[in-house]
Write a protein that binds this ligand. Structure first.
Ligand SMILES: [Zn+2]
Length: 308
């Protein structure tokens, strides 16, 4: 069931790795924190103005990754996969200390983060979660990209569709109910790119740390990674993972059905801004007033999913 109370970690955990875009190595320590403090990034390589709150209003750029900025101009980028891991494991409050400007990409998914959070353990806090229950539909169209939200009896539900000319990616689509389904394929799905786009992305100064160890690379009708794909919908599943991370930046647990076609970090961010402004579309509520259809899934992955 959806938990009414906020959670943090039981103890610290550490990881290190390279940034997908800056190619630099960094060390990260994630620490427990108090209720209502949210997710906070702290740049330990800087002596002042080094705190950045994980909030959708602090999104600076959302091109190929989500970058947050504080009022002094201090940035932290590629936060979305770690944020998604916080979403799926149910972490509401944590301090992420990092000695660089980009969260390590790890294997390109949120799998390592979920494992580390599970190993550290979760602690219940006395503060209640803030739920934002959708009561009226809202949509946003940006060229060929579309995103909408509508009421749902299933908590958070995402229906995502990709429309790629590439024959392997094609029109992948998946519909996932976060609180009712096995989400291991979602958090294990890696970021991806087309082989022909790599030169263009690198010419823009991005993806300096990109490799077959941290991204699926698609050429024609095959992936160049020697072990192939982790699941048959890995491309669209990764987009759903990104969306989960970007939506946790709202500061609420949103309860509604999101439909998205060709979206990404930027679309998610401008849609969140529109949604929060349109306050007739939702009610803010404690758990007691929210009715969600419950189903009995008892495996461990499901327990993970429903704690979010
Ligand atoms: Zn991603």
């Amino acid at each position: 069931m959806l938990d009414i109370f906020q959670k943090t970690l039981l103890k610290d955990f550490n990881f290190e790795g390279i940034g997908l875009h800056n190619g630099e190595k960094s060390k990260v320590t994630v620490k427990p924190s108090k209720g209502n403090s949210g997710i906070v990034f702290k740049r330990t390589d800087l002596n002042k103005d080094n705190i950045i709150q994980a909030d959708f209003t602090n999104v600076h750029t959302a091109k190929l990754c989500t970058t947050l900025i504080n009022s002094s101009g201090t940035k932290i980028s590629t936060v979305e996969h770690l944020m998604a891991a916080f979403y799926f494991t149910g972490i509401d409050n944590a301090i992420v200390e990092i000695n660089n400007s980009e969260i390590p990409i790890m294997d390109g998914s949120a799998k390592d983060f979920v494992k580390l959070i599970k190993e550290a353990g979760l602690k219940n806090l006395k503060e209640k979660r803030s739920f934002l229950k959708i009561i009226k539909p809202l949509d946003l169209v940006d060229g060929e990209k579309r995103i909408s939200i509508e009421p749902s009896d299933f908590g958070m539900e995402v229906d995502f569709k990709l429309e790629y000319k590439n024959e392997l990616i094609g029109n992948q689509r998946n519909n996932v109910k976060f609180y009712h389904e096995d989400i291991v394929d979602i958090y294990s799905s890696r970021t991806f790119c087309l082989f022909e786009d790599i030169e263009k992305i690198k010419a823009n100064g991005l993806a300096k740390g990109g490799s077959l160890d941290n991204a699926l690379v698609v050429k024609g009708n095959q992936v160049l990674n020697k072990d192939g794909m982790r699941n048959s919908k890995e491309f669209v599943n990764h987009k759903i993972l990104d969306l989960a991370g970007d939506f946790l930046l709202s500061g609420h647990r949103i309860l509604g059905k999101i439909k998205c076609v060709q979206g990404g970090h930027y679309l998610s961010n401008i849609f969140l801004k529109k949604l929060i402004k349109n306050d007739t579309c939702f009610v803010k509520s404690s758990f007691n007033n929210i009715k969600i259809i419950k189903k009995d899934y008892e495996n461990s992955v499901q327990k993970l999913a429903v704690s979010a």
